[in-house]
Design a protein around this ligand. Structure first.
Ligand code: FES
Length: 152
């Protein structure tokens, strides 16, 4: 989901503590804004979902950046038909390549196919000074090596 922070991140990638006792993680720079063509190929990156390896993706749709866990709501598997290719032929929906579930890019809600009333799990992303950033949360955190994202 798109998010504009009240204050821009200005700290390097680091851990800290928050009131919940969970370590806080600074936003991670994912890619250049210019690399995300509208309704085009997504940037795919490694994450940890509840401590387990997973992947997520960010793409641009109608000018906004949106990001989701790369995991279908029908069967928990990755959805891209080629690396980073999530959009359907009309570039209107995020499409799962396995059984054809279609998701609304702005919300991640299932709109057709076997995903029922499911939805994709969103990640908080925003743009600043020509780059796309991801703000990790307690559930979806950076992969240990942070191999695909560069520190802020
Ligand atoms: S796994 Fe995505 S539609 Fe079945």
């Amino acid at each position: 989901m798109t998010k504009t922070p009240a204050s821009a991140p200005d700290q390097p990638f680091s851990s800290g503590s928050v009131e919940t006792g969970s370590p806080a993680v600074a936003p991670l720079r994912l890619c250049e804004s210019s690399s995300l063509e509208d309704r085009g190929k997504a940037f795919v990156f490694d994450v940890q979902l509840y401590g387990d390896p997973a992947r997520a993706f960010v793409l641009r749709f109608d000018g906004q950046v949106v990001a989701y866990l790369n995991r279908c709501a029908h069967v928990p598997t990755e959805m891209d038909w080629q690396h980073g290719e999530f959009m359907d032929g009309d570039k209107a929906f995020i499409l799962c390549s396995i059984h054809g579930a279609a998701y609304q890019p702005e919300t991640g809600r299932c709109v057709a196919g076997p995903c029922g009333r499911g939805r994709l799990m969103p990640l908080s992303v925003f743009e600043r000074e020509g780059a796309v950033y991801w703000q990790p949360d307690r559930d979806i955190r950076p992969a240990p090596a942070a191999s695909s994202g560069a520190p802020v």
